[in-house]
Design a protein around this ligand. Structure first.
Ligand code: ADP
Length: 198
């Protein structure tokens, strides 16, 4: 069984992923893979240097994220080039990790699932964790100490909630839900999907 998991910042996606891991799922985190690929010595660094020049690589050998963010913000072609390098490498590594999980059900944690028909074709079910924007802001302010405006800016750059919900096979509404109730919802969904696939 392969499941795609997505949700906006502060929605509770990581909390749901941790519960799914406790139920026996292998979690493949595509954000973590992207960070590894672009860290110093990461497999994408040389291709990124070829594409964007030495200025794209920081003194420590990692991708210069601040440079890259500013660059792709003003240049859509550069964004496509960056994604053209990273997305296939992320997919290859994610699928390698899924295969390494053997018989365990796999949950792919993919922030851009709603943007990617490729990813949706690789999973049998899509699980979306959703909550009100005000809840997202409140959680992330508490967790990271960012200002509410900073959090709102990040949310504005992410996939709109409605677009995420539109691709969902199941939505967990993680609002005003005590943690044990959230866990119970995940458990019930897991039991339901496991039975359907068996
Ligand atoms: P995401 O991965 O979507 O950014 P997290 O799972 O890290 O979100 O959740 C953000 C914060 O909110 C975390 O500190 C988490 O413990 C807390 N949280 C999420 N859902 C609940 C809930 N139902 N009850 C209490 N705290 C929650």
């Amino acid at each position: 069984m392969r499941i795609g998991l997505t949700g906006g910042i502060g929605s509770g996606k990581s909390t749901v992923a941790a519960r799914l891991a406790a139920l026996g799922a292998a979690i493949v985190d595509t954000d973590a893979i992207a960070r590894e690929l672009t860290a110093a010595g990461g497999a994408a660094i040389e291709a990124l240097r070829d594409a964007f020049g030495a200025r794209a690589i920081a003194a420590d050998g990692a991708l210069d994220r601040a440079f890259m963010r500013a660059h792709v913000f003003v240049d859509a072609a550069a964004r496509r080039r960056l994604e053209g390098i990273l997305h296939p490498m992320i997919a290859v590594e994610a699928l390698r990790r899924a295969d390494a999980a053997g018989a365990a059900p796999v949950v792919f944690d993919v922030p851009l699932l709603a943007e990617s028909a490729h990813w949706r074709a690789r999973v049998q079910r899509v699980l979306v964790v959703d909550c009100a924007e005000s809840t997202q802001v409140e959680r992330v302010v508490r967790r990271s100490g960012w200002s509410a405006d900073e959090v709102r800016r990040v949310i504005a750059q992410q996939t709109p909630r409605a677009r995420r919900r539109a691709i969902a096979d199941a939505v967990i509404h993680n609002d005003g839900l005590p943690l044990d109730a959230l866990h119970a919802e995940v458990d019930a969904l897991w039991a339901h999907w496991s039975a359907a696939v068996l």
